[in-house]
Design a protein around this ligand. Structure first.
Ligand code: 9D3
Length: 226
């Protein structure tokens, strides 16, 4: 799989790609980071400008983004603009995106991007949640990680993706490791019983109880699955 990330701050993206999970992602997925400034026209390589009609902040110019996409040697399946206005990233969306061959992620780091980019190039806009971060770079890396860990070779085994919370719409059961008693705190006896059927039932009950209490919205979704 190929993922191109367009950004005004390539160092921020590259730096984070060097870390743990994302590093594995980079090894298994062909990730290419593009510096928009290198595609900016003119001697000043200006990537942003003042908004027509006035207003605060700078707007990313269309030329560097159009030029960067024109220079790609492969046609992307999706061109995703990370934006607080976008559709919320979900596991379902990550699943679908993991089945594509080539994604382009555009990170804005300003008050916005020229609307012509959104109209002519972008196929979908994605938000990572209803809170404000300072730019699209970290959201792009979150999306990359969510997608990358689903592609073959990233997970230890195929079942771990499917047994994930959110894949089946339930939160996880409590987990324990040795020692069986620590500072008087005991591991539930059922987990040490060796009765795999009872353990499976216990875990299912814990998952449903926890989901009901913390995330009833997820439980409703689980029931809605066709
Ligand atoms: C016009 C009001 N603001 C939107 C709520 C402007 C604005 C603030 C911050 C526009 C962009 C940003 C920077 N954030 C992102 O680019 C971003 C983001 C986010 O802030 N939260 C959740 N997901 C995303 S994806 C990209």
């Amino acid at each position: 799989m190929r993922i191109d990330i367009l950004t005004a701050i390539p160092a921020l993206v590259e730096g984070t790609l060097g870390l743990s999970v994302a590093r594995r992602a980079k090894a298994r997925i062909d990730v290419r980071v593009h510096d928009l400034r290198l595609h900016a026209p003119g001697r000043h390589r200006q990537i942003d400008g003042y908004p027509y009609g006035g207003g605060a902040g700078m707007v990313l110019k269309p030329e560097p983004i159009f030029a960067c996409l024109d220079a790609l040697d492969s046609e992307p399946d999706e061109v995703i603009f990370l934006s607080p206005d976008g559709e919320l990233l979900t596991q379902q969306m990550a699943n679908a995106l993991s089945l594509t061959n080539h994604l382009v992620l555009i990170a804005g780091h300003y008050k916005g991007v020229d609307q012509r980019v959104r109209d002519a190039l972008v196929t979908r806009e994605v938000s990572i949640g209803d809170y404000v971060v300072s730019g699209g770079e970290l959201p792009a890396l979150v999306l990359l990680d969510a997608v990358a860990r689903l592609t073959p070779g990233i997970l230890g085994d195929a079942t771990s993706a499917l047994s994930d919370s959110f894949q089946d719409g339930l939160l996880g059961a409590p987990t324990y490791t040795r020692p069986a008693v620590y500072r008087g705190l005991e591991v539930p006896a059922v987990l040490r019983s060796g009765d795999h059927e009872r353990i499976a039932r216990w875990r299912e009950e814990k998952r449903i109880g926890k989901t009901l209490k913390r995330r009833p919205d997820l439980l409703n979704k689980f029931q809605e699955v066709p």
